[in-house]
Design a protein around this ligand. Structure first.
Ligand code: IPE
Ligand code: IPE
Ligand code: MG
Length: 230
């Protein structure tokens, strides 16, 4: 059984998880962070090289200020608490999105985390922050135009925030929603999608294995004739 090389996850359902327990939304996000730690561990144990997680979308800036500041605080907490161990484990950290919109101290922290771990070779965690795929595509097009570079798939992919990262093989979205919400529009052209009703704070190894089992059943045809064809 071959593991996918790259899994992308839309970590959704923190608010509903909290609401179901009559807890503040921030508690849902806090438990979501625990789910991320668990899931990263499980993903690495299964030999998956890249994990990309959608942590904060470009459109999430439209949420109430209080929720945004709770999320930014969690990000600081995550990096402070996890960076040393991630680095020790050889994990490379990358951040994609319109990072200029993040608070200056968060920007500094993530730049330092990316720099510290840049040479690590035991897997890559890509965190999408202030990320919107349409905005990323526009930024890439602008970059190419400024460089006067040829407009082809290879140059375009290299101008995206995800330059050098292989396209996701498997995309998982939790919480029963079946949409991309402006995540990795270019990169998911041939990605297999798995949707689960599990809310993100409840996600763990069991859900990951279920998604992997579903992925193994899929026949990826890339437009060619499949092995099932007559
Ligand atoms: C996902 O959980 C986390 C972020 C979008 C930051 P939500 O906060 O969207 O939770 P629901 O969808 O309201 O349950
Ligand atoms: C997508 O979830 C963004 C993240 C998980 C970070 P949302 O909860 O923001 O998406 P919509 O609004 O339901 O499409
Ligand atoms: Mg949501």
């Amino acid at each position: 059984m071959k593991a996918p090389c790259h899994i992308a996850i839309i970590m959704d359902g923190n608010g509903r998880w909290a609401k179901a327990r009559a807890l503040p939304r921030a508690m849902g996000h806090r438990q979501g962070m625990e789910a991320l730690k668990r899931t990263l561990r499980a993903v690495r144990e299964r030999g998956v090289e890249y994990l990309t997680v959608y942590a904060f979308s470009a459109e999430n800036w439209d949420r109430p200020e209080e929720e945004i500041s709770d999320l930014m605080e969690l990000l600081r907490i995550y990096i402070r608490a996890e960076l040393a161990e991630l680095h020790r484990d050889g994990v490379r950290l990358r951040f994609i999105g319109d990072l200029a919109r993040l608070p200056a101290d968060v920007r500094k922290m993530i730049n330092e985390a990316a720099e510290l771990t840049a040479q690590n070779t035991s897997g890559t965690l890509v965190v999408a922050l202030s990320y919107g795929a349409r905005q990323e595509i526009i930024r890439a097009a602008r970059r190419l135009a400024e460089q006067g570079a040829a407009m082809n798939e290879e140059n375009f992919a290299a101008a995206l925030d995800t330059a050098g990262i292989p396209d996701p093989d498997l995309l998982i979205r939790t919480s029963g929603e079946m949409r991309l919400s402006n995540f990795l529009l270019w990169q998911t052209a041939y990605t297999e999608f798995v949707f689960t009703d599990t809310l993100w704070p409840d996600f763990g190894a069991k859900d990951l294995d279920a998604a992997l089992a579903e992925f193994q059943q899929r026949e990826r045809r890339y437009g060619k004739r499949g092995t099932m064809a007559q």
